[in-house]
Ligand binder design. Sequence first.
Ligand code: GAR
Length: 210
Amino acid sequence: RSRVAILVSGRGSNMAALIDAAAEPSFPAEIIGVISNRPSAGALAIAERAGVATTVVDHKAFPSREAFDDALHAELVRLAPDVVCFAGFMRLLTAGFIERWEGRMLNIHPALLPSFKGLDTHARALEAGVKLHGCTVHLVTAEMDAGPIVAQAAAPVLDGDDEPTLAARVLALEHRLYPRALAMWARGEARLAGGRVRTDGRDGEPPAAL
Ligand code: GAR
């Protein structure tokens, strides 16, 4: 099984979905540790209850981005993961850090990339009047929310939606998509080729698109 470390900053519902999926013996990855940059993250208690080792690398304790990233790197070297899953990890990382882990980092973003990179994706989707919204699992590269796409899932935007109703609909999809995308990645069913992720023979099937 692939060794997976999860980076979190907050609530941890996507982390919980990954931990739950990995509890199945047939899942091709195991969760070896959770690292939070915030000591107050709710994710930490959830991970501990599930018996997953947690560490805090508090960004406020470091004088610079580089110093924080070096500490995070050291913690990851200690865990020695094959894959690093960002799950609501809300820190931008330096190019130096990204270079050291590139090709091994996955992120989930609450929008259909390349639309709505960055924050407040649900409010911006409502403002734009899009009729389809969703979430994306992608490889992390130096450019924010722009790495090769592994898998996406779409949800309708309904006339009566506000930010909370739309966020909830997309979050439920995130919890299904991320474990499936990680499983594909861990099994080698999704892999980088020519700067894009290929999912050989699985086009149009879940989980590349839910
Ligand atoms: C999720 O919706 C995730 O997609 C998003 O933050 C939320 C975290 O919730 N991530 C980003 O916006 C990354 N820029 P969770 O902590 O319950 O998984």
